[in-house]
Design a protein around this ligand. Sequence first.
Ligand code: SAM
Length: 327
Amino acid sequence: MPRDWGWWTEQKLDILSDYLAAFTTASTRAGTTVYLDLFAGQPENVSRERSGHIIRGSARRALDTSPPFTVLKFFELSNNAAALDRTLRGEYPDRNFQVVPGDCNQAIDQVLHDLRPLNWAPTFAFLDQQSTEVKWTTLERLAGHKRANKPKVELWLLCASGLLPRGLRLRQAMVDDDVADQMTLMFGTTQWHDALIATREQRLSGAQFRDELTNLMRWRLERDLGYKSTRVFKIKNTGGSEIFDMIFATDHAVGDKIMKSVYSKAMKRQGALQERARQQRKQSREEKDGYVGLFDVDEVMPTQTRGFTVHTEDVPARPPYRRVDRE
Ligand SMILES: C[S@@+](CC[C@H](N)C(=O)[O-])C[C@H]1O[C@@H](n2cnc3c(N)ncnc32)[C@H](O)[C@@H]1O
């Protein structure tokens, strides 16, 4: 079954396409480029808002990148991997790619071992998890893959800061221990507990807690894994609520500059996409109620942004929140 996706997913994937094209263009002189997709997904995804509209997933977008990547590795759970492999083999019979079945956190060691002869080549890793599937140890391995004198593997990671509080049952009497354990494995530390406690004691707001989660991930990428810079794009839904943040980590000033410009291009598109989704929602409600839509929603342009804000972080991460009694 194709998965149905909101417009914000397409927006995320459009950022990916834009950045990958710039990445391989900027790496032309290297002659070899590597793409790692740790959560490669299903062959097909349909848009929730636009009926029949197929959203090309990350694997196809990476394979479509021009100039092309030389080597591509797609990780996906075993129950989806065979179908993904079959579809991609049919569409891209001559490309050098591998679909790696199973948990990416386990499979990563072997794949990086196989890629050791290419540990000098520009390498980009997309970590498009659903919530907290990636483990910190996997981020460490990716960051440690390249030769010492080369920029580290670039990472583009989904950090589900907007969704995790609900999964945690933040406002209920007991937090969900399983989700909390998964978060600790993802952050590689229990440091986020300080912000959790402060939020439950109402010393931090929900928005501050979400912000602390993203900041902690950036801080760890910068301070513990040694990335020179990280950059965030906040993805919001039609109602303007934050759902997840996309964190980019790079050692390369050029990479950072390109992602900054890709993010700002995406920001310009975001208002129109959000407004179109609103109009589509309104139209389908009216049609359900017996009214026919008065206009083609695809032609609707935003009349206003309704306080819609997008942040791109241009400053380094700050030290994570700490309880005073810990000092
Ligand atoms: C958000 S979807 C990825 C979508 C994909 N990037 C795309 O553009 O089509 C997350 C995917 O990760 C897969 N997944 C979940 N846990 C995983 C794991 N531990 N290792 C590898 N894949 C995993 C799921 O089966 C799902 O297809």
